[in-house]
Design a protein around this ligand. Structure first.
Ligand code: C5P
Length: 205
């Protein structure tokens, strides 16, 4: 069973994907982390994240980089969004994600293009979204709890910029798959959002 969970930044798709994986006993891949690692490795190499060749060279990042807590920062998210526009980067990460999805028992993957590009035949596709205001408030609270110094205005501006870039890029833009189930959790807290996602997936199976 493959469950695809897509949606914009700070929609809660990561929390939902982890909870679905635990509920159904499936392995989970946070694909955003791969793009974050590529972004960080590009900078570590002294490269320019907007240069396709520099970014593509960074797909060989060491696996240990995936454990770096800095990958969760806003800076790493913004870098990920910049390297993820390059088709060379997306192509290099494609097989890794498809192989994960093809595990015998199935898997849960979350990202932007799981239901459209990585696993178009997924058994269930969820598209998780929420208003910009709700997502900015969540990301702000999360950043403060991680000890990052940020302002709500900066978070809002960054969210809007990333939404714009993710939705309008030529390669695998963030778009709802035609057969995806929409979950707008603007008015739900994390627990209610997880419960609703489990209900929707069970209903769809
Ligand atoms: O989900 P997360 O916020 O960690 O993703 C960081 C960035 O990586 C996104 O803004 C997006 O540009 C990119 N990404 C992507 N495709 C995915 C997952 C993430 O382009 N499947």
């Amino acid at each position: 069973m493959i469950i695809a969970v897509d949606g914009p930044t700070a929609s809660g798709k990561g929390t939902i994907a982890r909870a679905l994986a635990a509920h159904f006993g499936l392995p989970h891949l946070d694909t955003g982390l791969l793009y974050r690692a590529v972004g960080k490795q590009t900078v570590l190499n002294g490269g320019n994240p907007d240069d396709p060749l520099d970014a593509a060279r960074a797909v060989d990042f060491p696996d240990s980089l995936l454990d770096d807590p800095d990958l969760r920062s806003e800076t790493s998210g913004a870098l990920a969004s910049r390297v993820s526009v390059h088709k060379e980067v997306r192509a290099a990460l494609l097989e890794r994600q498809r192989a994960f999805a093809a595990q015998p028992g199935g898997a849960v993957l979350d990202g932007r293009d799981i239901g459209t590009v990585i696993a178009p035949d997924a058994d269930v596709k969820l598209f998780v979204t929420a208003s910009v205001a709700a997502r900015a408030d969540r990301r702000y609270a999360e950043s403060l709890s991680r000890g990052h110094e940020v302002t709500l205005e900066d978070i809002r501006a960054d969210l809007a910029a990333r939404d714009e870039r993710d939705r309008n890029r030529a390669e695998a833009p963030l778009v709802e798959a035609v057969d995806a189930i929409l979950l707008d959790n603007s008015d739900l807290d994390a627990n209610a959002s997880v419960a609703e996602s489990i209900r929707l997936v069970e209903e769809a199976l």
